[in-house]
Ligand binder design. Structure first.
Ligand SMILES: [Zn+2]
Length: 457
């Protein structure tokens, strides 16, 4: 009996200890959880102009959020942008606060300041204050817009032609460039030793005539913008009219290779299939070129005049206004955005100039196509090839073999469709076959700035 009593006592004691251990473990792992909240600034930034909106996100997967504080400290001054405490329910899940910092309202001055984000969770750790999370980052207060100085001579530009604009910004700017009409041509440094000197080739599209505005602009890290009109002179051009007779024989030759790229059109008459290719596939192929030409090297890869396909006759010119006729009816209208050069079948195609291959594959109506990046937004394009002898990524020298002429894509006979682009705008290649034009509009302009040029490449 005595023994049984003692045993019962021990069992009770053991049960109490076990309960305490379980409760302690539960408290340790939940109430005393040791994972700090996650805080984030979106978008991240390192400079503030006159005003900036941003979002602060905080989340605590363990015990939930207890507090979130955001402040900006400059010298002795502390500007509280947010001070929030959360109850148990509010602290669960993600908290997003949109904050607006207006530099003028708080008497902040130009220069460095410290942005501080602090959050604590509801853990019992740290003597009951919770696990801390903190972001501290330096932000520069800069309310001054960049000052832009145009260094190149006034822009004389042909309709459908190209020009070069060189300017200097008083400070580094993540976005800068030249806007022609509605088209933006990003500028890059790298042409001169001074990294604040920026350059960009610009284009006047075939359909942008006299009166097209041209402006130089830049936006600094803090979001301050400057935009100034650019002195320019536009020489208008007339484009040729051209009629293309579409025959059943032509359709029978070109359609089989192209219909697979425009969805299910098997039930449509051949001329309808052709129209889908000439309109929709042409548009889709152009969108691909927009992607290909979105970035350009900040080096002038090329030198001297561009090489034209040797011993070749011009078959079609840049910006020819093409009317398509079928069985006596006018069925379509398109603009020819390059020069067609015809020589012997399967003629070797030389690179117009030194450049980097950025595209070497099939491109719908253009057939087998190579695109070269010559730097600062200038590209050349070689289409309807029967064979490609280069690969994307490689550098090719002026005159190097890119492939051979052919009839791939929407081509009636063996020829090279030679195109040139500034960004995604097609330009007239004849300027780049003309040494005088290049000297007056590009090389003399670069030298005329008088700043030391970057060497290399
Ligand atoms: Zn062509």
């Amino acid at each position: 009996m005595k023994n049984d009593k003692r045993q019962a006592k021990w069992i009770l004691l053991l049960a109490a200890v076990m309960t305490l251990l379980v409760a302690g473990g539960w408290a340790f792992f939940t109430k005393f959880e040791g994972t700090a909240p996650v805080v984030r600034i979106d978008p991240p930034f390192s400079a503030v102009g006159t005003e900036r909106a941003f979002v602060v996100e905080a989340e605590d997967a363990g015990s939930g959020l207890r507090s979130l504080n955001v402040s900006l400290v400059q010298g002795e001054k502390t500007v509280v942008l947010l001070g929030r405490r959360f109850d148990a329910a509010e602290g669960k899940g993600q908290v997003r606060e949109t904050l607006r910092l207006a530099v003028g309202d708080h008497g902040l001055t130009e220069g460095a300041a410290m942005l501080r984000v602090e959050s604590r969770d509801r853990s019992w750790r740290h003597w009951g204050k919770g696990n801390p999370a903190r972001i501290e980052q330096t932000v520069r207060i800069d309310t001054r817009a960049p000052v832009l100085q145009v260094l190149s001579e006034p822009l004389n530009i042909n309709q459908g032609g190209c020009g070069l604009v060189i300017f200097r910004s008083s400070e580094p700017c993540p976005v800068s460039g030249v806007t022609v009409g509605d088209t933006f041509y990003p500028a890059q440094s790298g042409l001169y030793e001074d990294p604040l000197i920026l350059a960009s080739f610009v284009a006047l599209a075939y359909n942008q005539g006299k009166g097209t505005p041209v402006a130089v602009s830049a936006e600094d890290e803090a979001g301050n913008q400057t935009r100034i009109g650019l002195n320019h002179f536009i020489r208008p051009k007339q484009w040729r009219q051209d009629t293309l007779q579409i025959s059943d024989g032509f359709l029978a030759t070109v359609l089989p290779a192209l219909t697979g790229q425009i969805g299910d059109v098997a039930g449509l008459p051949p001329v309808e299939q052709f129209l889908k290719i000439n309109r929709d596939l042409r548009k889709a192929n152009y969108e691909r070129l927009v992607e290909v030409t979105r970035t350009s090297d900040n080096q002038l890869h090329w030198h001297d005049g561009f090489v034209r396909l040797p011993a070749a006759a011009n078959r079609a010119m840049f910006a020819d206004q093409r009317v398509y006729r079928y069985q006596g009816q006018e069925i379509d209208h398109q603009v020819h955005m390059g020069v067609d050069l015809a020589s012997l079948a399967a003629s070797p195609v030389p690179a117009g100039n030194r450049g980097r291959v950025v595209f070497a594959e099939n491109l719908g109506i253009y057939g087998l196509t190579v695109v070269l990046d010559h730097g600062f937004g200038l590209f050349s394009m070689y289409s309807h090839l029967s064979q490609i002898d280069v690969q994307a990524g490689e550098m090719v020298e002026r005159g190097a073999l890119l492939g051979r002429t052919g009839t791939t894509g929407l081509a009636g006979g063996d020829h090279l469709h030679y195109g040139m682009m500034v960004g995604a705008t097609f330009i007239n290649p004849i300027e780049w076959w003309d040494d005088h034009w290049i000297k007056d509009n590009v090389t003399d302009k670069i030298a005329g700035v008088g700043a030391p040029q970057k060497t290399g490449d």
